[in-house]
Design a protein around this ligand. Structure first.
Ligand SMILES: Nc1ncnc2c1ncn2[C@@H]1O[C@H](COP(=O)(O)OP(=O)(O)OP(=O)(O)O)[C@@H](O)[C@H]1O
Ligand SMILES: [Mg+2]
Length: 451
């Protein structure tokens, strides 16, 4: 019997190559090609397109397609339901990615517990933990977490057969990287395995109308581990972010076939599991200091305004080059803001170390954070508290390379959120330039430059 052909598949972009290359010809990443064995291709037919001959099917006018409005399955976790666009869609696949220990198993166990409590048929499949370990976690969770049936299994065929027999309405697979398909070579978690596992689960889920939450590992860089095709295959991709040692975690939608990807949910990890933080702004403003180097950023988390504290420290350094450390914002954005501050606003960090931190472990990925970073750094460098010194100052806006301030989305919602917490007036793009914003935010008290 002929040996099945060997192909090399890129774990980053799923590009296929016939031989091993150090660098993927598709996406240019290094050392991402992994060997995979394929079943021999079926003999080609003699159709003009070169593919196998098939029977023509009759296309249907969209207006004639039957589309029953199905009710969504609410997980009972408001923030998760909102990010999903109103709950789980029956028969859909949701991929939940996040770094180790962030709370993926906790979140999915809580969701299943709530669904089981609401009378839904559920199943928790774990390839990572034993049933006893899962029980220990469920004991500290609220709701009916202990009512959820659990299967500790890594063999894909067994999992599929169990799904077929049990026919749950909602199922969690924790994680897609731990399941193993015996028909393929390669260890569990390899590109081919992950793709096959996800593909077979998808097919069964669509036929049997099972909503599946697939838990996925992420790489060191924070991307979902496994082939990119995994993200195309599923209906929703959610990312659970935050730092393990911090309390706050953010759930974002990166892709959603049934809703907007603009939504984000904020959670806090407590003894009793993940708790939704609905008044995140109030928490962060309450915790904000009035010291030099602190300002409040009126950010947008999806379609919701969120006030977060941005802190900066500018301190003399012996290091060459000096340190530029950014937590919760993009490091390149910090470099840009520092350059504009020095060139157009007369605040040079020079040889000083600059640290910028978004309090609470929140990550802000929007250009509207620029002005907050600039004001926090200027305030820290001058040793002057922003605003009138009695309450924090709120701001937002993008900093342009010529020192101008640019408008960002939803200025009215940001201003209204700040006003709700008594932070008015807000320094924003209408100040015109970064220099003018600095004048407004840092009143002319003696400016002792740190650098
Ligand atoms: N008794 C407890 N009280 C408070 N927090 C706890 C407790 N037990 C566990 N945790 C928190 O839960 C986190 C683990 O959550 P979980 O197992 O859901 O993470 P995970 O994302 O599934 O991790 P992994 O990638 O290892 O599967 C721990 O990092 C810890 O912060
Ligand atoms: Mg886990």
């Amino acid at each position: 019997m002929p040996r099945p052909p060997t192909v090399f598949v890129c774990s980053a972009c799923a590009h296929e190559a016939s031989k091993w290359h150090g660098r993927c010809p598709g996406c240019g990443e290094w050392n991402t090609l992994a060997e995979e064995q394929r079943a021999p291709a079926a003999a080609r037919g003699a159709s003009p397109g070169g593919g196998s001959a098939g029977r023509a099917s009759r296309p249907v006018r969209l207006a004639d397609v039957r589309a029953d409005r199905v009710a969504r399955l609410r997980t009972g976790i408001g923030e998760l339901d909102r990010v999903l666009g109103g709950g789980l869609v029956p028969g859909s696949l949701v991929l939940l990615g996040g770094s180790p220990g962030i709370g993926k198993s906790t979140l999915t166990s809580m969701a299943l517990g709530n669904l089981a409590g609401a009378g839904r048929r559920t199943l928790y499949v774990s390839g990572e933990e034993s049933a006893a370990q899962i029980r220990l976690r469920a004991e500290r969770l609220p709701g009916a977490a202990l009512e959820v049936p659990v299967l500790a299994e890594t063999d894909l065929a067994t999992v599929l057969a169990t799904l077929e027999a049990e026919r749950p309405e909602v199922c969690v697979i924790d994680s897609v990287q731990t399941l193993h398909c015996a028909d393929l070579t390669g260890a569990a978690g390899s590109v081919g395995q992950v793709r096959e596992v996800a593909d077979r689960i998808t097919r069964l889920a669509k036929v049997r109308d099972i909503a599946v939450l697939l838990v996925g590992h992420v790489t060191k860089e924070g991307a979902l581990a496994g082939p990119r095709v995994l993200e195309h295959l599923v209906d929703c991709v959610l990312q659970f972010e935050g730092e393990r040692e911090r309390t706050y975690r953010t759930l974002r939608g990166l892709k959603n076939r049934f809703g907007s990807t603009n939504e984000a949910g904020v959670f806090e990890m407590r003894q009793g599991g993940l708790v939704e933080v609905q008044d995140a702004s109030a928490r962060f403003v309450g915790e904000a200091t009035r010291a030099p180097g602190s300002v409040v950023l009126a950010a947008m988390e999806g379609s919701r305004p969120l006030l977060v504290e941005v802190q900066a420290l500018v301190s003399p350094s012996d290091m060459v080059p000096p340190r530029r450390i950014a937590n919760g914002i993009d490091r390149n954005r910090l470099a840009l803001v520092l350059a504009v501050l020095g060139r157009h606003a007369g605040v040079g960090a020079g040889t000083a170390d600059v640290f910028v931190n978004v309090a609470g472990g929140v990550r802000v990925d929007e250009p509207g954070a620029d002005l907050a970073v600039a004001l926090a750094v200027a305030s820290a460098a001058r040793g002057v508290a922003a605003g009138d010194g009695t309450r924090p100052i709120a701001c937002f806006g993008e900093v342009g390379l010529t020192g101008e301030l640019r408008s960002v989305a939803h200025p009215e919602r940001r201003t209204a959120e700040a006003a709700k917490f008594g932070l008015a007036p807000v320094v924003g793009p209408e100040a015109g330039t970064l220099r003018a914003a600095l004048r407004a935010a840092l009143p002319g008290r003696s400016a002792a430059r740190a650098a």
